[in-house]
Design a protein around this ligand. Structure first.
Ligand code: NAD
Length: 376
């Protein structure tokens, strides 16, 4: 019988469901030395909580995260709430000796992220930030190719992340519009992913220069009473210089009409290039200067071979996987790290480094100047 890791999840909507599905599928597809148990689900919304717990098989419920974190029958706290309470939950969880999985962006500010990192290190608990795109097989393969020198020295990292759900002026005011609950808007939500991928694939960012916009400044409250003032960015663009001399560009917007969740990366190097499009999640485009001159061109690698990263537990070659599998890869790596008492990445240090870039971008947009990222 495998050792049990008893999970307590906070937040039961979008990410709460995505993570829950991962815990369930892990048991069916992966051989791990440990077994996740859906011990407790927590949300402030009692009726949604009850139906969530019943539907997905969570054994117990709590409406107070403080109570849940204090329970002695939980080993891992999984934070799927709005960003404003990531830090207090994580610090309390570490203080109670629990391992922690925290959704991105890890915190509201770098100061908060530093507190989380300190607490996790002091408690010596496993800690992970849910930058799930690192575990798209095609992007894990991209990192392998870069590490093997296949594209040589990287000159450019360009990332666009487009959504369009706010183009509708009638879309109501939600926590994501409130800088006090989200820390930022499209930026913390979407650029958090691409900044983490930039660090994963290319390296540290040294300095940034940004521009932001809020296109619709008032939105109706969903309850029907009055409006809410939008304080979080609808779009944030920035330029970056990496420590090793590469140049980067990042665009995040929720006003890209027609684009639902369009994430594209372009990485150009001295020996080759890599292109990735989340809508073609199983594919990686690779151009190599070492191909014969008459045969050069972008090749489309279908990343479904069993020796591609993360693929061996899934289907025969050519049978594609999807977005939800990234959470299975992420959570299974975390469970394995807990079992082996080993570090797992991206951890709270990665969350902090990402947050330092995000904060510098916000400062740059406000002050309309280049802003340096702290060195450590
Ligand atoms: N990794 C990804 O691709 C990805 C995608 C979407 C969101 N996220 C991140 O996941 C987190 C949650 O986002 P979401 O889209 O699931 O939000 P959501 O609004 O769909 O769900 C948040 C849930 O948290 C609950 N909640 C709020 N305050 C609470 C409290 N004090 N105690 C307990 N529960 C509370 C809400 O009732 C709600 O059920 C955010 O940090 C977001 O940035 C990550």
């Amino acid at each position: 019988m495998n050792e049990e890791i008893r999970v307590g999840i906070v937040g039961t909507q979008f990410m709460g469901r995505a993570h829950t599905k991962a815990y369930q599928d892990i048991l069916n597809f992966l051989d791990l030395p440990v077994k996740p148990v859906l011990r407790a689900a927590c949300d402030i919304n009692q009726s949604d909580l009850d139906s969530f717990a019943k539907r997905f098989g969570w054994q117990t419920t709590e409406t107070s995260w403080e109570k849940m974190v204090a329970r002695d029958d939980i080993d891992l706290i999984d934070i799927c709430t709005p960003n404003v309470i990531h830090m207090p939950i994580a610090v309390a969880a570490a203080g109670a000796g629990k391992h922690i999985l925290c959704e991105k962006p890890v915190a509201m500010t770098a100061d908060e992220a530093q507190r989380m990192l300190n607490a996790a290190r002091q408690a010596d608990v496993r800690n992970m930030v849910a930058f799930n795109y690192r575990r798209v097989p095609a992007l894990a393969l991209a990192r392998q190719l870069i590490e093997q020198g296949k594209i040589g020295r990287v000159f450019h990292f360009n990332a666009v992340y487009y959504q369009d759900w706010l183009v509708d002026p009638d879309f109501p005011f939600v926590w994501r519009h409130d800088i006090k609950k989200g820390g930022s808007g499209a930026h913390g939500d979407m650029n958090a992913h691409t900044v983490d991928l930039a660090r994963f694939l290319v390296g540290e960012i040294k300095t940034v220069c940004a521009a932001e916009e809020i296109f619709i400044k008032e939105r109706r409250q969903s309850g029907g009473k009055g409006t809410g003032t939008v304080t979080a960015d609808d779009a944030m663009y920035f330029l970056a210089r990496f420590s090793d001399g590469a140049l980067g560009s990042f665009m995040a917007t929720r006003f890209a009409t027609g684009r639902k969740n369009f994430l594209r990366l372009e990485i150009f190097g001295s020996e080759g290039s890599l292109l990735f499009n989340l809508e073609r999640l199983n594919e990686l485009q690779f151009y190599s200067k070492s191909d014969a001159a008459t045969e050069q061109g972008f090749q489309n690698i279908l990343v479904t071979e069993s020796d591609h990263p993360y693929v061996k537990n899934w289907w025969p070659p050519g049978h594609i996987i999807g977005w939800e599998h990234t959470f299975i890869h992420e959570i299974s790596d975390l469970l394995l790290a807990i079992a082996k008492k080993e570090p797992v990445y991206p951890d709270f240090y990665d969350g902090l480094r990402c947050q330092q870039v995000l904060d510098a971008v916000c400062e740059s947009a406000k002050e309309e100047r280049w802003v340096d990222i702290p060195k450590k």
